[in-house]
Design a protein around this ligand. Structure first.
Ligand SMILES: Nc1ncnc2c1ncn2[C@@H]1O[C@H](COP(=O)(O)OP(=O)(O)OP(=O)(O)O)[C@@H](O)[C@H]1O
Ligand SMILES: O=P(O)(O)OC[C@H]1O[C@](O)(CO)[C@@H](O)[C@@H]1O
Length: 431
């Protein structure tokens, strides 16, 4: 194993080559430490020597967040600003507003940030930099990084991109273009997805906070269902193509009778279907709680040709409301099979509430770890990487494997079998 070789997708920043002889006074990592890649999927190169980057008075950093919200976004931004300022002495730190388009939009000048300004940001939900979907224009973005006052000659610029799978795909393209143009720019991704669908890393920040909030909705649905004759509490949770929030909230709540996720197709009528299962539960308990992730059952909801084509600004398909559809299906089923018997469906949709809140204590601490990993990694001379924890260790992971590694294999995970054993719901596999 060659100690000095580079793992695929991660290269040394060009600026580090110029400064290896003068370690920074601000650098908190002892000079004899090595960086290692712990995960078998990415640990092809083994440990490498620490290479220091010496920030100059004009080294600049740009921070951008793209895509949807996630608890802890403001914490990550805060910790990047405070960490870069205090640990490495950077004084030119900019927030790029409203996502990728903020790099080049004339009416969105980069916002200069300092520790005083971001002091209380970790206590707030959303993103104080604002975010958006779409607007990815590679040449405009890299031109802006190159020319728009960031890239002072040889002083280096650090670009921090916080976002989900789409943003990371964009980050890889930016990284490649910067490499092609031989710019003195380091690029780091910090994966952000409330859906927790990033592969390789242990979990994404904000996920625990979102699950806690989801549980509150489930509790309310349970109370409503229990308080009615043949009551069903129906909760729709976020989860475009994976049902991690629904699954984790179900596992921790114990009040859920059935959890429907995009990874596992379900059906309504007939043997082994949802209606048959709910019929039994209502007979046994008098009430039931159903959790459905937003991406589940989309193939069953009737839609017009125009709706089939609909995409958001980033090109993601637009979903129809599976909760409202399911509620109406449940009502029709009951009226058909049990005319004149009382029945109630209480539908709760906390979709945006679970991601618009500030991070809880654990997530806030995790955000700090991620921000520090991103800071130290780039200062150690790495670029084109994404940071996350793997088995509890803060790690630098080449951006290329991570943006290809979004998890869709939930149904083979032990958590999936655990939740099936908690709910005893059907497997929806037609025999
Ligand atoms: N394949 C791609 N190449 C370049 N940029 C992309 C790509 N896919 C998405 N983007 C850009 O990345 C940004 C965010 O993408 P998107 O809206 O899909 O959110 P995301 O990063 O996946 O986060 P979320 O998990 O909240 O959906 C947008 O500006 C979008 O234009
Ligand atoms: O309504 P918006 O802001 O596009 O975000 C909704 C999407 O964001 C996600 O949380 C992904 O981050 C999906 O679960 C959801 O479909």
């Amino acid at each position: 194993m060659a100690a000095e070789s580079e793992p695929e997708g991660t290269i040394k920043s060009s600026h580090t080559e110029q400064t290896t002889s003068q370690p920074s006074k601000h650098t908190p990592i002892p000079s004899n430490t090595t960086l290692s890649f712990f995960h078998p999927m990415v640990s092809t190169a083994g440990p490498r020597k620490q290479i220091f980057f010496d920030p100059t008075d004009s080294t600049r950093a740009a921070i951008v967040n793209c895509g949807g919200l996630c608890p802890g976004l403001n914490t990550v931004i805060r910790e990047l600003v405070v960490g870069l300022w205090d640990l490495y002495g950077l004084r030119h730190i900019y927030g790029i507003e409203a996502g990728y388009r903020g790099f080049y939009s004339i009416d969105m000048a980069p916002l200069q940030l300092n520790p005083k300004m971001v002091h209380g940001w970790h206590k707030t939900g959303g993103t104080l930099l604002q975010t958006s979907r779409g607007g990815f224009h590679l040449q405009n973005i890299v031109d802006a990084i190159q020319c728009y006052g960031f890239n002072q000659l040889n002083s280096g610029i650090l670009v921090y991109i916080i976002g989900g799978d789409g943003s990371m795909r964009g980050a890889v393209k930016i990284f490649d273009e910067i490499r092609r143009r031989k710019l003195n720019v380091g690029v780091v991704g910090i994966p952000k997805t409330v859906d927790n669908d990033v592969g390789i890393i242990d979990r994404s920040f904000g996920f625990q906070t979102a699950v806690e909030m989801a549980q509150e909705a489930i509790n309310a649905a349970h109370v409503e269902a229990e308080s009615a004759v043949n009551g069903i509490g129906l909760v729709k949770l976020m989860g475009r193509s994976t049902g991690h929030i629904a699954l984790h909230a179900t596992l921790s709540s114990r009040d859920v009778d059935c959890c429907l996720i995009p990874e596992n197709k379900f059906y309504l009528e007939g043997k082994g279907g949802l209606f048959e299962f709910l019929e039994h539960r209502l007979k046994e308990n008098g009430h039931a709680v159903v959790v459905v992730a937003e991406g589940a059952g989309q193939d069953m909801i009737p839609r017009t040709d125009a709706q089939k084509e609909e995409k958001d600004e980033s090109g993601n398909p637009v979903f129809l409301d599976v909760g409202s559809w399911l509620k109406s299906k449940l009502k029709k089923w009951w009226d058909r099979d049990h005319p004149n018997e009382l029945f109630t469906v209480k539908y709760i949709d906390p979709t945006y509430m679970i991601r618009a809140i500030p991070a809880n204590a654990t997530d806030n601490a995790y955000c700090t770890l991620l921000a520090h990993t991103a800071i130290h990694g780039i200062m150690a001379g790495y670029t084109g990487f994404v940071c996350g924890t793997i088995n509890g260790h803060g790690d630098f992971i080449p951006a290329i494997p991570i943006h290809r590694s979004y998890i869709h294999d939930t149904c083979n995970s032990c958590k999936y079998y655990r939740y099936r054993s908690v709910t005893n719901q059907p497997d929806f596999e037609k025999t």
